[in-house]
Design a protein around this ligand. Structure first.
Ligand code: NAD
Ligand code: MLT
Length: 315
């Protein structure tokens, strides 16, 4: 059986597949769309990350495909309805990168309020401008976590340790769960936004959450709030965020994920006049050795189990 690997996935997982005598692993990253359509034609299984769009056309071209595994959490790059219709098993690795994404969120939050990237950029140009980089203290400020799941909970706990007041908006969890994360559960998004000094997103991208923070929702934010998105592009109207930062509605924004990746050079958040208030990273939230090894092992072993009819070993 051919297993096609189309994104960079840790050898810890790919190696597990190579050890299976009935599986032939083909690693082909950076494929054009035409190359992908050709490569999936005889694949029995696939191992990917978020860089491979498995839409209806690609799944339709994958006539032999029985299982696809995502070495990560989000399955928004996979057309789940089409996969179900074709009987293709979709596997993800939801727990492997929780702490990596949490720690990246903390890094983005701290860099944003203390202007770490901008200060380093200035110093590297030979400048020494201490008063230009005045920051905001997190302690005593109010954080709003949108989506109090695995990552949102870990972010909430860390922000509590930083002395923040934490609230959460998540219609699908109990008050008890929010209590355990030290967060006050609020049921009105606009009201919650109007109180928060820092907003961080940790929801999946679904039909319901697409543009959850659209222009009207952003207008509900407390003046001068900061916004962090290490969850998914598409959750936020990025043009409206750029305008919000420009107008002073938002003090700053830190994004790791974008609506359309890789980002275009003319992306609204890359505008020169926003450089002092915006920091962006290229979807590296899950990029730690530990997380990449963990998600690769979970995804690959469960993929092998699905293809070879063995018991699933990892949750
Ligand atoms: P999770 O499923 O554990 O948590 C998601 C939470 O969102 C759940 O509690 C759910 O109830 C809540 N939710 C769903 N719809 C909602 C809505 N309409 N409004 C408010 N809350 C809603 O997921 P997770 O593991 O915490 O991952 C969260 C997100 O982070 C996902 O989008 C995932 O793809 C992304 N992620 C990004 C990176 C990265 O590299 N930047 C790494 C890992 C995960
Ligand atoms: C995920 O959903 O797990 C992250 O976006 C990380 C990734 O795609 O590698």
């Amino acid at each position: 059986m051919k297993v096609l690997v189309t994104d960079t996935v840790s050898e810890a997982g790919v190696g597990l597949l190579r050890k299976e005598k009935d599986l032939r692993v083909e690693v082909r990253t950076g494929l054009t769309r035409d190359e992908l359509l050709e490569a999936v034609a005889d694949a029995d299984g696939m191992l990917t990350r978020s860089g491979t769009p498995l839409d209806a056309e690609v799944l339709g071209a994958a006539k032999k495909l029985r299982a696809v595994a995502r070495a990560g959490v989000g399955v928004d790059n996979i057309d789940l309805a089409s996969a179900s219709r074709r009987g293709i098993v979709v596997i993800n690795a939801p727990t492997g990168n929780t702490l990596a994404a949490t720690e990246h969120t903390m890094a983005m939050m701290l860099s944003l309020v203390r202007k770490v990237s901008q200060a380093w950029n200035s110093l590297s140009l030979g400048e020494w401008k201490r008063s230009r980089f005045m920051g905001m203290q997190l302690s005593g400020k109010r954080l709003l976590v949108i989506g109090l799941g695995r990552i949102g909970t870990q972010v909430a706990l860390r922000c509590r340790a930083f002395g923040m007041e934490v609230s959460a908006y998540d219609p699908y969890i109990s008050k008890e769960k929010a209590d355990r994360a030290g967060a006050q559960l609020l049921d009105d998004l606009a009201g919650a936004l109007s109180l928060a000094d820092m907003v961080t997103l940790h929801v999946p991208l679904t039909a319901e959450t697409r543009r959850l923070l659209d222009a009207p929702a952003l207008r509900a934010c407390k003046r001068g709030a900061f916004l962090v998105n290490c969850a998914r592009g598409g959750l936020v109207d990025e043009e409206a965020v750029a305008e919000g930062v420009r107008s002073g509605l938002l003090s700053g924004a830190a994004f790791d994920v974008f609506d359309g990746e890789p980002v275009r050079a003319d992306h609204p958040l890359l505008a020169q006049d926003l450089r002092e208030k915006v920091i962006l990273t290229p979807h590296i939230g899950a990029n730690t050795e530990e997380a990449q090894s963990a998600v690769a092992v979970i995804a690959a072993s469960n993929l092998a189990a699905a293809l070879l009819g063995k018991p699933y070993e990892h949750a």
